[in-house]
Design a protein around this ligand. Structure first.
Ligand code: PLP
Length: 403
C-alpha cells in the first residue's frame, strides 16, 4: 500500500490543475513552529505558510476567536455592518498612518483595490503606475502586470496597460519615467519574492520626495513585510517614509484569508459607494482572526522580541556565510525576514539545499533564484533558530563537497 503522504498526493494530482509543484508531504497538523505530516514526521517551519502564520500554527488566541465567531455569525455581505470588521479597521487605523480601510481576501485583491483607487484619484488620463523590476505584487492580470518579473507574465500577454518597471534602486531612472499620465509609484519596502532585497532608506525617501513633487501616490505593498515581520508592525515605520496607500494580507489573519488596503481620509474620498466591492471582504470570521492576531502582536514587548530574534537569526546566518564562502555571499533582511544570498556557483544548488532541508525536517525556500529565504513564525524561539542553523550547516557542508 502507498504511504499516507503518497496516497493523498496521488489523489490530489489526479484532480488538481497543475499550477503547483509540491513537496512530497501531506500536512495534517500544526502547532507553533512545527508541522506534522500524514506519517507523523515533524517539520520545523521556517516558512510559516510564506509569511502567513506570524503567530505560528493554531495560536490559541486566534483559534479561540475563529471558533467563537464561527459559532455566532459567519457571513452577511457588506450590505450590513459587523463588529468584527469594524474592530479590525479600528486597529489598523489606530496603529498606522492610515485613517480609512478597504478589506479584501488576498494580497492581489488588496493591490487591485490600491491600483483602482490610484487611478480614480488620478483622474482622466492619469492612470500609469510605476513599479520596480524584481518586484512581486500578485497573480491577477493587473497585479501580474505590476510585477517586475517577466517570468510571471510570459504567455499571458497582452498585459493590461498602464504599468512600467523602473530598474531596482535607481531613483534617477525612475524619475525619467514619470509623465503627466503617471498616477502612482508602487513598491515593496523590501522585495520578498524577488530574493529578500531591501531598498535603502535614501531611495525610499527619494521616492516620497518624487511623489510629493509630481503629485503621485506612494503605494507600499507591505503584504509580506507587514504585520510585525520586520520587527515593527509595518516596515515603513523604521524607514522614515510614510506612504499614501499601504496594502496588507499574508499574516493579517494568521492563516485565514484576508487582505486590506489602507489610506488617508483625503485619498479615500475618491472612492464612493459602488466604486469598489468584495463579497467576502471583511468576512466576520477572517476579521475576528485578524483582530486576535493584531492584539497579540501589539502586546507589550512582542515586536521588540521580533527585532531581537531577527538580529539573532541574522548573526547566525552570517556565521554560516563566513563558514561557507563558496556557497553564500551575504545575509540581508529586516527582523524575521532574512535571506542568505547564494554565490553564482551555488545558485543552481538552491533547490537542492531546500529539498535537503525538507528531508531533514525543516522548511525554508529559495526566493527569486538568488537567496535562501527564512520566514519563521514571529514566535520562534532562539532554540528553534539554533536547530534550523544546525541543520542548514549540515546541508551546506554536504553541498559544498559537491560543487
Ligand atoms: C504574496 C504577495 C502578494 C500576493 O498575495 P496573494 O495573497 O497571493 O494574492 C503581493 N505582494 C507581495 C509583496 C506578496 O508577498
Amino acid at each position: 500500500m502507498a504511504s499516507a503522504n503518497k496516497e493523498i498526493a496521488a489523489r490530489s494530482d489526479r484532480v488538481f490543475i497543475g499550477t503547483y509543484s509540491r513537496y512530497p508531504a501531506t500536512m495534517v497538523k500544526g502547532v507553533g513552529c512545527r508541522l506534522t505530516d500524514a506519517e507523523g514526521k515533524e517539520y520545523l517551519d521556517f516558512l510559516a505558510g510564506i509569511a502567513v502564520c506570524g503567530l505560528g500554527h493554531c495560536h490559541p488566541a486566534v483559534t479561540a476567536a475563529i471558533c467563537h465567531q464561527a459559532g455566532v455569525l459567519v457571513h452577511v455581505s457588506n450590505l450590513y455592518y459587523t463588529e468584527a470588521q469594524t474592530e479590525l479597521a479600528e486597529l489598523l487605523t489606530t496603529n498606522s498612518f492610515a485613517d480609512r480601510v478597504f478589506l479584501a481576501n488576498s494580497g492581489a485583491e488588496a493591490n487591485e483595490a490600491a491600483i483602482k483607487l490610484a487611478r480614480i484619484r488620478g483622474g482622466e488620463g492619469r492612470y500609469r503606475i510605476i513599479s520596480l523590476s524584481g518586484s512581486f505584487h500578485g497573480r491577477t492580470l493587473a497585479t501580474v502586470a505590476a510585477t517586475g518579473q517577466a517570468k510571471f507574465q510570459k504567455g499571458f500577454e497582452p498585459m493590461p496597460e498602464g504599468f512600467s518597471h523602473a530598474p531596482f534602486g535607481d531613483l534617477a531612472a525612475l524619475e525619467a519615467m514619470i509623465t503627466d499620465q503617471t498616477c502612482a509609484i508602487l513598491c515593496e519596502p523590501l522585495q520578498g519574492e524577488g530574493g529578500v532585497r531591501p531598498l535603502d532608506r535614501d531611495y525610499l525617501q527619494g521616492l516620497r520626495a518624487l511623489c510629493d513633487r509630481h503629485d503621485l501616490l506612494l503605494i507600499f505593498d507591505e503584504i509580506q513585510t507587514g504585520m510585525g515581520r520586520t520587527g515593527t508592525l509595518f516596515a515603513y515605520e523604521q524607514l522614515g517614509v510614510v506612504p499614501d496607500i499601504m496594502t496588507l494580507a499574508k499574516a493579517l489573519g494568521n492563516g485565514l484569508p484576508i487582505g486590506a488596503m489602507v489610506t488617508t481620509k483625503e485619498i479615500a474620498a475618491a472612492f464612493t459607494p459602488g466604486s469598489h466591492a468584495s463579497t467576502f471582504g471583511g468576512n466576520p470570521v477572517a476579521s475576528a482572526a485578524a483582530v486576535a492576531t493584531m492584539k497579540v502582536m501589539l502586546a507589550d514587548g512582542f515586536l521588540a522580541e521580533v527585532r531581537a530574534k531577527g538580529d539573532y537569526l541574522h548573526e547566525q546566518l552570517q556565521g554560516l556565510a563566513g563558514r561557507f564562502p563558496a556557497l553564500a555571499t551575504e545575509v540581508r533582511g529586516l527582523g524575521l525576514i532574512q535571506g542568505l544570498v547564494l554565490t553564482e556557483e551555488a545558485v543552481e544548488k538552491g533547490g537542492t539545499i531546500v529539498a535537503r532541508m525538507f528531508a531533514k525536517g525543516c522548511l525554508i525556500n529559495f526566493a527569486g533564484n538568488v537567496a535562501l529565504r527564512f520566514l519563521p513564525p514571529l514566535i520562534v524561539s532562539r532554540g528553534e533558530i539554533d536547530q534550523m542553523i544546525a541543520l542548514l550547516a549540515e546541508v551546506l557542508a554536504e553541498v559544498s563537497g559537491e560543487i
